[in-house]
Design a protein around this ligand. Structure first.
Ligand code: IMP
Length: 185
């Protein structure tokens, strides 16, 4: 395809997951670890785009930044855009505590993926629905993976092989939409 894309992130596990997804889609990519600009916004799309623009100012090469969140229906979409902060402060156990006794366990992960290169800006989105598990299970993945069971499955993301998560994840869906467009931009 001829375009090498930098995956800009401060989270090595997330970067590696993104690199693996892009490789499967035939796009050469390299993870560039860098502190990402984190603006306050309710919109993952805006957070990702602003961070990608800021990274482009420094790196001046085609790059992507993705911003994701876990949106829990019974908590009115919390933690959503604040997922990273909530994960650091109360973690998986804290979210399970908030969900104690809650019957409606529906939730979704969403990724907004911003691509910036010279004169080009694009944002793609990927969503996967599922439910919050009753307890943390599994050791794979990262973040809230041990408590998220994707729709149609009984295992959490953390109990799946990496390729199984990649076949259904929010991140994979956003990267697939991006890869389909990259040929044309
Ligand atoms: P980020 O801003 O894209 O790094 O994501 C925010 C937070 O959401 C992370 O700190 C994770 O806790 C959580 N998160 C994002 N993507 C995933 C995922 O694929 N699995 C589990 N947790 C995730």
């Amino acid at each position: 395809m001829g375009k090498k894309v930098a995956i800009v992130t401060s989270n090595a596990a997330k970067g590696e997951e993104a690199r693996r997804i892009l490789e499967r889609l035939g796009i050469e990519a390299e993870v560039v670890e860098m502190e990402k600009l984190e603006i306050q916004s309710e919109s993952l799309e805006e957070i990702a785009l602003r961070a990608a623009r800021a990274a482009y100012e420094v790196l001046r090469r085609p790059l992507v930044v993705d911003d994701s969140g876990l949106f829990v229906e019974a908590l009115n979409g919390f933690p959503g855009p604040y997922s990273s902060y909530v994960y650091k402060k109360i973690g998986v156990r804290g979210v399970l505590k908030l969900m104690e006794g809650v019957k409606d366990r529906r939730a979704y992960f969403k990724t907004a993926l911003a691509y910036v290169s010279q004169g080009v800006e694009r944002v793609h989105v990927g969503v996967v629905w599922g439910r919050i598990a009753e307890e943390a299970r599994g050791s794979g993945g990262f973040g809230f993976d041990p408590i998220f069971i994707p729709e149609g499955h009984s295992r959490t993301f953390a109990e799946m092989e990496p390729w199984e998560k990649d076949a259904l994840s929010h991140r994979a869906r956003a990267y697939e939409a991006f890869a389909a467009e990259l040929k044309w931009i």
